[in-house]
Design a protein around this ligand. Structure first.
Ligand code: NAG
Ligand code: NAG
Ligand code: NAG
Ligand code: NAG
Ligand code: NAG
Length: 607
């Protein structure tokens, strides 16, 4: 008699064993339940520019939606008030000084040229690398700004592909003022540029005087010497003017698809936002069946401001407002795609800004092209003032974060690193100091006080301020050891393009300027020994924190030496020498396909 195979006793055991094993196998085969990550970085967005952070005239319904479906972090801090170091810290969970990613001795605290040699060192490990090693598919779309090459025009030693991103589409550097067709560079507003111009004028006037004296016979120099002197100033000034005019656009405003240069210079106005968005949406679709990490890094809302036609002139705040609203629209398209693919439950969404709004970003005509930092003092590029480092941050992960959560404890952008790793089931690297802390205990309500007893605020390599959250009480103290010197009677360095960190740019304070950020967020009530009996104790506790931090620092090679940041002609990427002009426009989507009709609903976003 024949029995079905499963009724045989031995076979039944075999089947049971197979089924038992299968329960272990399935998750790794097709049912990987590890969360996906969509990390969105906006460039220079101020905390006062966003609806859910109190703005009632700019429409940011999509960012507000992330906050209401997840959490809002009201004291989320960047590691520095400027893009390159801030982004380096974000990706590695470490203070920029630990990797030579902060400047000293000059005021280029970001990489000014694609053809420079500085960049995120190869032995630094980003969360993208660790997730990629753990089987995640990873992509960066948009701005990188952490270097490109070390020695030649295409060794790509600092390229995103070398730092854990399987896919890169975007610019290795950033959006600059001159990326708009025909626009002047920001350098024409810097003090160094003005000083150089004045020096050239002085030399020219001096040589004219010598010429005059020669004509009236009071100058014994030879005629050829006088004429040679006359040529010096124009000889210095004309190339400067040439280089720092809109011509930098050709050198810096480039777009790459992985290793390949696809646009030089890129075109902002036409379709940059949909072009980048399409890459991110494609990535989401292609990776819906495996764990992924998408880092969508906007070129917005940094100047040059640009908006597609549907958004031009639509906001109440000029081109800047149009930019914020278009950026928010793109955030909404990413959220919609996550929903449409049924991935909302399992996707950790984070949105922040690399630093505060840029107060000095004002056009020669007086139009404000930078962001607004609300009640907070200071802005981009300033050491420790809240406005430059407290950034609008929202996140959503329905699995563990309750809708409408608000966290007002200090958190750092460096916290994203350990948080993402833990959620992905990966460990922090053990061979180096990680400054970030897992945010999940705070977000899930298991912890009420931040793990950051101290946070250090740098301005380049200099210590600007330190924040102290004692485990008891409600105060969050901040001691400023150094503050930027603002233009008389203002709150920024309007006579330059950005404040500096050293020498004549700053005031040093000993004892430090002390504020209680928790109870005085706009830093307007100075704490002194007269109004606070514990002044000395608080300051001593903070300096203890600073000393402990300093002991963990080791000296590393600077990525910001002038030798590394300055333009190296032989390292200039060029898609078709000598023209350096192309736009492959490979998959540029048409606006009709991506843009829904933009309904001008009420000007006031619902909160
Ligand atoms: C909203 O943002 C705009 C643009 O940055 C700014 O001018 C305005 O003051 C902000 N409004 C509030 C209430 O913060
Ligand atoms: C929070 O606490 C609960 C209960 O103790 C625990 O199950 C959960 O894993 C904790 N979550 C985090 C993020 O610490
Ligand atoms: C200073 O630090 C000590 C030791 O951690 C602590 O007991 C004390 O409460 C702190 N003082 C203040 C004012 O925070
Ligand atoms: C990376 O290499 C540099 C130069 O060799 C070294 O100083 C630094 O400590 C290394 N960093 C890490 C995280 O290993
Ligand atoms: C790219 O292609 C699209 C659609 O074919 C077109 O509308 C757009 O103008 C092109 N952009 C550039 C920069 O050539």
């Amino acid at each position: 008699m024949l029995y079905p195979v499963w009724t045989n006793r031995r076979c039944r055991h075999l089947w049971a064993a197979i089924l038992f094993l299968a329960t272990f196998w399935t998750p790794t085969l097709s049912n990987d339940k590890r969360p996906n990550f969509v990390l969105i970085m906006v460039d220079d967005l101020g905390i006062g520019d966003v609806g859910c952070f109190g703005n009632d005239t700019i429409r940011t319904p999509n960012i507000d939606r992330i906050a209401s479906e997840g959490a809002k972090l009201t004291q989320h801090l960047t590691a520095e008030a400027i893009c390159t170091p801030s982004r380096a810290a974000f990706l590695t969970g470490r203070y920029p000084v630990r990797m030579g990613m902060s400047a000293s001795g000059h005021n280029w605290r970001y990489f000014p040229f694609v053809a420079g040699a500085g960049g995120l060192p190869q032995n630094e490990t980003t969360f993208a690398t660790l997730l990629n090693d753990a089987g995640y598919s990873t992509a960066l779309v948009g701005k990188w700004h952490l270097g490109l090459n070390c020695k030649t025009s295409d060794d790509h030693c600092h390229h995103p592909n070398k730092h854990g991103f399987d896919f890169f589409f975007g610019t290795p550097i950033t959006n600059f003022r001159e990326c708009a067709d025909g626009a002047e560079t920001m350098y024409v507003n810097t003090r160094s540029y003005k000083r150089w111009r004045n020096a050239c004028v002085a030399v020219f006037v001096g040589s004219l005087a010598l010429l005059l004296l020669k004509v009236i016979g009071k100058n014994k120099m030879s005629w050829s010497a006088v004429f040679a002197l006359l040529l010096i100033a124009p000889g210095l000034w004309i190339p400067t003017r040439f280089f720092f005019s809109h011509r930098l656009r050709r050198l810096n405003c480039i777009l790459m698809n992985n290793d390949k240069l696809v646009a030089q210079p890129f075109d902002l106005e036409d379709d940059m936002t949909p072009r980048l968005l399409a890459k991110s949406l494609n990535f989401l679709r292609e990776n819906q069946n495996r764990p992924f990490l998408l880092y969508h890094s906007f070129l917005k809302v940094h100047s040059a401001l640009f908006a597609t036609e549907q958004f031009r002139g639509r906001s109440r705040h000029g081109p800047y407002g149009d930019n914020v609203e278009e950026m928010d629209w793109a955030v909404g398209e990413i959220l919609k795609e996550i929903d449409r693919l049924g991935m909302s439950e399992n996707t950790f969404v984070y949105l922040s800004s690399d630093n505060g709004g840029h107060l000095e970003e004002i056009t020669p005509e007086g139009e404000v092209h930078g962001g607004w930092n609300g009640i907070y003092k200071g802005g981009k590029a300033m050491g420790g003032w809240e406005g430059g480092i407290r950034v609008p941050t929202v996140l959503r992960w329905p699995r563990q974060i309750r809708p409408g959560t608000v966290i007002s404890e200090p958190t750092s952008m460096m916290d994203v690193f350990p948080t993402v790793l833990r959620l992905a089931g990966t460990e922090n690297p053990e061979d180096r100091v990680i400054d970030g802390r897992d945010m999940m205990p705070l977000l899930a309500g298991n912890r009420t006080v931040t793990e950051h007893e101290f946070l250090i605020h740098y301005c380049g390599e200099s210590l600007a301020a330190a924040r102290y959250r004692s485990s008891t009480g409600n105060s969050v103290y901040k001691a400023h050891y150094m503050t930027p010197i603002w233009d008389e009677g203002t709150g920024a360095c309007y006579s330059a393009f950005a404040c500096g960190c050293e020498n004549s740019w700053v005031n040093h304070h000993d004892p430090p300027l002390l504020f209680d950020i928790a109870n005085d967020p706009s830093e307007s009530n100075l704490i002194t020994p007269e109004n606070e009996p514990k002044f000395a104790e608080i300051v001593a506790n903070i300096s203890r924190g600073v000393e402990t931090h300093k002991k963990t620092l080791v000296s590393v090679e600077s990525q910001f030496s002038l030798r590394k940041v300055l333009w190296r002609p032989w390292m200039q990427p060029c898609c078709n020498f000598p023209y350096c002009s192309c736009d492959l426009n490979e998959t540029s989507p048409t606006m009709e396909k991506l843009l829904p009709v933009h309904e001008p609903t009420s000007a006031v976003p619902e909160s």
